[in-house]
Design a protein around this ligand. Structure first.
Ligand SMILES: [Zn+2]
Length: 157
């Protein structure tokens, strides 16, 4: 993620991201937010909700890693996890499943092989942007069948 957006999250939720300067053995937060800018709003909203139900003690939740799951969705690991915080994190993951990681447009889907955005959840426009006009024809034929659609319903707040 863009360093400006990263710093915004760190400043706004400094206690939640207090492990950002911790050594990598204890927290991967030193790597920053390991995803593209399109998920900034999802991460911001998730942070805001966790922050709202947390105090400022050492026992409060601390996010120690933000990266991606194998299915391309947002992965968030936290210390001092409580069930409500786990629910908020799960909600953010479900939102990311249909949100373009690059431009935040929804719907977006996980892109597979034969695609320049392989492993990213991306909208059609972002995929189109990375594909040259000549390559488009060739990739179409080689494209593997899409995975069956997920049946998870994303609740909008
Ligand atoms: Zn997009």
């Amino acid at each position: 993620m863009d360093s400006h957006k990263t710093n915004e999250l760190y400043e706004k939720f400094s206690h939640l991201y207090r492990e950002r300067g911790a050594p990598l053995e204890s927290s991967k937060m030193a790597w920053g937010f390991q995803c593209e800018d399109g998920w900034y709003k999802i991460i911001y909203e998730m942070s805001r909700q966790i922050d709202k139900i947390s105090n400022d003690t050492d026992h409060a939740p601390a996010i120690v890693e933000v990266s991606k799951n194998e299915d391309g969705t947002l992965y968030v690991e936290a210390r001092n996890l409580t069930p409500p915080v786990a629910d908020i994190i799960t909600g953010a993951r479900e939102q990311s499943r249909l949100t373009c990681e690059l431009c935040s447009y929804s719907p977006a889907f996980l892109r597979g092989v034969a695609n320049n955005l392989e492993g990213h959840i991306a909208c059609g426009r972002c995929v189109g942007k990375t594909e040259g006009p000549r390559k488009r024809k060739a990739t179409k034929r080689r494209r593997k069948p899409l995975r069956p659609p997920d049946t998870i319903i994303v609740k909008r707040s």
